[in-house]
Ligand binder design. Structure first.
Ligand SMILES: [Zn+2]
Ligand SMILES: [Zn+2]
Length: 347
């Protein structure tokens, strides 16, 4: 089968590999019907994910059809359409039991697919702990609708959940890329009074204005003043920091009102400064990332009910055999690209 493979720093190649087989009783093998490219894939390519293992198939955002299951798998069966979770988790340890699946103590837990084990930019993928890693997609939900449920949308859902958004709040989201927009869509589920989204890229702000006209947009250099003007208490009640750029952490707490919650969803390249003397008396609550991706069933239910729709984010579609062109487009952010969907190879 074709599999897009991490060869070494700076090099991914499309190569032929044997189809995956079941190796544990909890495994499932899934035929991938649609996958996507994530910014984290680019981080692997550029060597900023030290745990990534050369030779693995990349890709951790996908949906497909179950082909085979191991003897211990209970929740899915061959023929089921499923969303694949980015995180592998055991479901039994202390952290899993409390919903903190990102901190699963299983040695194979965490972000394994497409990083430490073969992922889904391929024709087939083996998913360990399939009872936790796979969620059946409701019949009325298409692959396109479900594509992001296990990764960027899971992140947005989690970010909005931990941010404790109250009805009537002003919510500021820093970053209008795919994860920022998923966070925005999930923030809407909590009925805030107003959402402001901030990004330096005019194309991304235009995308937001076109699709979500009720959301206010602003660039970082004017954000603090704009947020003050558009919130009744001198700053945002909730800030979700999804940008992860050099100045966005500072901007996040500066734009927050006293006693606000500031959620850090972003993954930074460098350490960030927490200047406690400057924020003394502001009484902020900080919450920090990574995603606990254990809400896929609820996310799919919201999609089925028409309360969540990420299909506008799919701006381009390529077959697997043309995935190199898809990466080139995504990486260089050409042609207004938000997300690229990868379909099975055209033979
Ligand atoms: Zn991702
Ligand atoms: Zn666990």
């Amino acid at each position: 089968m074709l599999a897009y493979t991490y060869r070494k720093q700076g090099e991914f190649t499309l190569q032929n590999k044997p189809e995956p087989v079941l190796t544990h009783a909890g495994d499932a093998v899934v035929r991938v019907t649609m996958s996507s490219i994530c910014t984290s894939d680019l981080h692997i390519k550029h060597g900023s994910v030290p745990r990534a293992v050369p030779g693995i198939t990349v890709g951790h955002e996908m949906v497909g059809v179950v082909e085979q299951v191991g003897s211990a798998v209970k929740t899915v069966k061959p023929g089921d359409r499923v969303a694949v979770n980015v995180e592998t988790f055991c479901g039994h340890c202390f952290f899993c039991q409390h919903g903190f699946v990102n901190n699963c103590t299983d040695p194979n837990g965490g972000w394994a697919l497409g990083c430490r084990i073969d992922g889904g930019q391929a024709e087939y993928v083996r998913v360990p702990y399939a009872d936790q890693g796979l969620t059946v997609i409701p019949d009325r939900v298409s692959d396109r609708q479900a594509l992001f449920a296990g990764d960027v949308l899971a992140t947005g859902y989690w970010a909005a959940r931990i941010s404790e958004i109250q009805q009537g709040d002003t919510v500021l989201i820093l970053g209008a890329g795919p994860t920022g927009i998923c966070t925005m869509l999930c923030a809407m589920l909590h009925h805030p009074h107003r959402i402001i989204i901030c990004d330096p890229d005019p194309a991304r702000l235009r995308f937001v204005r076109e699709h979500y006209p009720d959301v206010l947009t602003i660039t970082p250099e004017h954000a603090q003043e704009f947020v003050q003007l558009n919130s009744p208490h001198g700053g945002a009640d909730v800030v979700c920091e999804v940008a992860g750029s050099d100045d966005s952490f500072r901007l996040a707490w500066e734009c927050a009102r006293p006693n606000a919650i500031v959620s850090i969803v972003a993954l930074y390249d460098k350490p960030q400064t927490l200047p406690l003397p400057d924020m003394y008396g502001k009484n902020l609550t900080f919450k920090t990332g990574g995603v606990d991706g254990c809400d896929t069933a609820e996310i799919l239910r919201l999609i089925e009910n028409g309360q969540l729709d990420t299909t506008p984010l799919i701006t381009h579609i390529f077959p697997l055999n043309e995935i190199e062109a898809a990466y080139d487009l995504f990486e260089k952010r050409r042609d207004g690209v938000m997300k690229v969907a990868i379909t099975p190879p055209e033979k």
